[in-house]
Design a binder for this molecule. Structure first.
Ligand SMILES: Cc1ncc(COP(=O)(O)O)c(/C=C/C(=O)C(=O)O)c1O
Length: 353
């Protein structure tokens, strides 16, 4: 049975993470070949399905380590700011550790699936009258003054856990890919992936490191513009962040990997979201599709080398924000067809007769 990432990759993680292991079996997620994306791009494309973690997003990798470290320090309470997935994960792992959890979320901008997870796990959830960046400022100040541990990705223990996704990709592929694509919001994940790929190359497990291709939503793309965005706006609420906490590390990952950080529009994100579910078979929440949208955009510009091995992290399960599958691109609601309760009506409706 898969033992969770601290036990599976313990010798590559700091000692203090291994004394009180709190795990829900995170990690070991599928790396799915995506022929539909390979055909569209001319590359060999694989999708790392992080929605298959215990709470449905990649955040569980960093939360097992952050909460285990907090447990080792005897913490009784944790706090985080979140656009949703961090709060769902913090609430679940705090519960597993017997800790209380406070989460600060931007008012009205959290997907229903994530909200219900945080509430289900008994988190003290506060909707702050501001955006994610305001929530993070408050969470940091709270943890400085009161006996609560901050478990946002400014906490290095989070990065240590999240880097294990790179190890898994190399372990399955047999080497690092040429290119790795992923969405970028607060920029902890691109920082973590780059750290993992670099450590595996330094350890000689991988023969190379990939170019890191990060993608932000156009309305929330401070790393692309080069300055903070005060009023970030995107339907991909998970990455609706204007002041990434890991700004410098993300730029470092982009430049030392020879990669890029670019912007994709909400339309490109929703189109990629649909291609993933309709052609690959993977259902993700919109922000997760930003990496696919970016790869398709760069392929259209002839920037994807033929035959390149490309891995793409899709970061959160589609059930977190299911509304996007229930409306057409022009916003009309999808209505399930109604039929009479007899086999002929069904056969007719299915076009079988
Ligand atoms: C589905 C999904 N995809 C991509 C990102 C961006 O990762 P980072 O660049 O490491 O921030 C997030 C981030 C969410 C939060 O920041 C939070 O939950 O507070 C996410 O939930």
């Amino acid at each position: 049975q898969w033992q969770g990432i601290i036990r599976e990759y313990g010798d590559l993680l700091p000692e203090h993470l291994r004394t009180h292991v709190v795990t829900l079996g995170e990690g070991g997620t599928p790396l799915v070949p995506a022929p539909a994306l390979s055909r569209r791009t001319g590359a060999q494309v694989f999708v790392k399905v992080e929605g298959m973690n215990p709470t449905g997003s990649f955040k569980d990798r960093g939360m097992t380590t952050a909460i285990s470290a907090a447990a080792a320090r005897g913490a009784k309470a944790v706090v985080c700011a979140s656009t949703g997935n961090t709060s769902a994960s913090a609430a679940a792992y705090a519960t597993a550790a017997g800790m209380t959890c406070a989460v600060l979320v931007p008012d009205g901008k959290i997907a229903m699936g994530k909200l219900s997870q945080a509430i289900a796990h008994g988190a003290r959830l506060l909707q702050v009258d501001g955006n994610f960046d305001d929530c993070l400022d408050i969470a940091r100040k709270l943890a400085e003054v009161y006996p609560v541990e901050l478990v946002n990705s400014v906490n290095p223990d989070r990065i240590e856990g999240q880097k294990t996704a790179s190890f898994e990709i190399v372990d399955v592929l047999g080497d690092a890919p040429d290119i790795h694509c992923l969405p970028v919001g607060n920029a902890g994940n691109i920082t973590a992936y780059w750290k993992g790929f670099r450590e595996y190359a330094e350890a000689g497990v991988a023969s190379r490191t990939p170019q890191m291709w990060g993608f932000q939503a156009e309305g929330a793309s401070p790393l692309v513009k080069g300055y903070p965005v005060d009023e970030p706006e995107t339907i991909a609420t998970a990455i609706r962040i204007g002041k990434p906490a890991s700004w410098d590390q993300a730029i470092e990952a982009r430049d030392t990997s020879g990669g890029v950080i670019e912007a994709v529009t909400d339309e490109q994100i929703l189109a990629a979201h649909r291609i993933l579910s309709a052609e690959v078979g993977v259902f993700v929440e919109p922000a997760s599709a930003a990496g696919v949208a970016g790869l398709l955009m760069r392929a259209e510009r002839g920037l994807v080398p033929a035959g390149a091995r490309v891995t793409i992290t899709v970061t959160g399960h589609g059930l977190k924000d299911p509304q996007w599958a229930l409306r057409t691109l022009d916003g009309a609601d999808v209505e399930p067809q109604k039929v009479q309760v007899d086999v002929m009506s069904v056969a007719d409706a299915l076009g079988l007769v």
